[in-house]
Design a protein around this ligand. Structure first.
Ligand SMILES: [Mg+2]
Length: 227
């Protein structure tokens, strides 16, 4: 029997850091690039951490130092994220997430993994804070590329190496932004939009995800009926 792969986004899908991620990014940009306003009007939705940082460097006109600055930004961001997570009063896991992950982790026909724009260290910090890190067997993280579609292609490659035969419809991509849906479609996966409010429902609907849900409790029927 072919395995089902459940690939989850993190922010706005499993958890809401209560602004900790944004605050960490803001203070990082301010301390390294000297200008917090670079982030004004910038949309984070579905972007990889590498993309956000490189965009800020480009906005500062410091493209010639991209590699060096991007390394410095990511190191500083991780340190700032630690502090901000500790102090985030509004950090929360979305309802029914724990129960769903617990349920499918025990089922051998499902494999739980991450497909996220977060750097691996950032993803681990956020999910350990929520007690969710233990559920995921592997992950494709934002360190790999600025482009989420590349991340999805990497995930497909990884699954292809593991399996002799791959049915891409048995790869479920669950995320809260249009970028999650687009990257899922790029590899022929089953796409599920989770409407947590980071992006308007209308925008998500326009990307024609296979399913739209507003609660993790709705995912059981989708996973059980589509394999
Ligand atoms: Mg997200």
């Amino acid at each position: 029997m072919l395995k089902n792969y459940l690939l989850f986004d993190i922010d706005g899908t499993l958890i809401n850091t209560g602004g900790a991620g944004l605050r960490a990014m803001k203070s990082t940009v301010k301390s390294i690039l000297g200008n917090e306003n670079l982030l004004t009007g910038y949309s984070f939705a579905g972007k990889t951490d590498a993309q956000i940082m490189n965009d800020m460097i480009r906005r500062s006109g410091l493209d010639d130092k991209l590699e060096e600055l991007s390394k410095l930004l990511s190191q500083t961001y991780i340190e700032n994220l630690k502090t901000n997570l500790k102090n985030s009063d509004n950090f929360r896991t979305y309802p029914n997430v724990n129960a769903l992950l617990d349920n499918y982790q025990k089922n051998e026909t499902y494999e739980l993994a991450l497909l996220t724009g977060n750097f691996e260290t950032g993803a681990k910090l956020k999910l350990e804070h929520a007690g969710l890190w233990k559920y995921f067997k592997w992950g494709i993280f934002g360190n790999l590329s600025e482009d989420r579609v590349h991340l999805a292609k990497n995930a497909l490659e990884k699954i292809t190496v593991k399996e002799k035969r791959v049915d891409t419809k048995k790869i479920f991509i669950i995320g809260d932004t249009t970028n999650d849906i687009r990257c899922g479609k790029a590899i022929g996966a089953t796409t599920i939009a989770f409407t947590s409010g980071f992006e308007p429902e209308e925008k998500l609907r326009n990307c024609s995800p296979d399913f739209m849900v507003s609660d993790f409790g709705e995912l059981y029927d989708i996973f059980n009926n589509n394999n």
